[in-house]
Design a protein around this ligand. Structure first.
Ligand SMILES: Cc1cc2nc3c(=O)[nH]c(=O)nc-3n(C[C@H](O)[C@H](O)[C@H](O)COP(=O)(O)OP(=O)(O)OC[C@H]3O[C@@H](n4cnc5c(N)ncnc54)[C@H](O)[C@@H]3O)c2cc1C
Length: 108
């Protein structure tokens, strides 16, 4: 029994349908986005966040964190560029560092 459990082989026969997908691959290349503001380097005034960016990670909260953090930064940056004052707390330095280093340099 122990030998069976330690040598249990599975054969991949295909992928599940898109409707069951957890995260999508592809999107806007990270090298085309300013990670400090999430603004497009190609089109001024255009901001990206979440799964519109070519970033994906294993399940475990990384995709959600990426969506929350980039969404906050993109929204705040877009509002600031319009001259709007953004009330409330800013994302922590750690969150920005996560986007800047962990995602944009390691994963991509
Ligand atoms: C079943 C499942 C389980 C998951 N589990 C995990 C997990 O455990 N950990 C993890 O990190 N990630 C997980 N993910 C991935 C994570 O949920 C996503 O990466 C994240 O939610 C993406 O956020 P987003 O804001 O980019 O996109 P979304 O959350 O998809 O938000 C896009 C929003 O835009 C709206 N929208 C679309 N078109 C229009 C339009 N034309 N006009 C206006 N609004 C529009 C949609 O209705 C939607 O509300 C899971 C995903 C799924 C599907």
């Amino acid at each position: 029994m122990a030998g069976f459990l330690h040598d249990w082989r599975l054969t991949v026969t295909g992928a599940r349908p898109l409707a069951e997908a957890i995260v999508t691959a592809g999107g806007v290349l990270t090298k085309e986005i300013n990670p400090v503001t999430m603004e497009s380097k190609r089109i001024q005034g255009l901001y990206f966040c979440g799964e519109s960016i070519d970033l994906q990670a294993r399940t475990g909260g990384y995709n959600l964190q990426m969506a929350f953090t980039t969404g906050w930064i993109a929204g705040e940056s877009a509002a600031t560029s319009c001259g709007l004052r953004v009330e409330g707390a800013s994302p922590s330095a750690g969150a920005v560092g996560y986007v800047d280093k962990k995602l944009f340099e390691t994963v991509s």
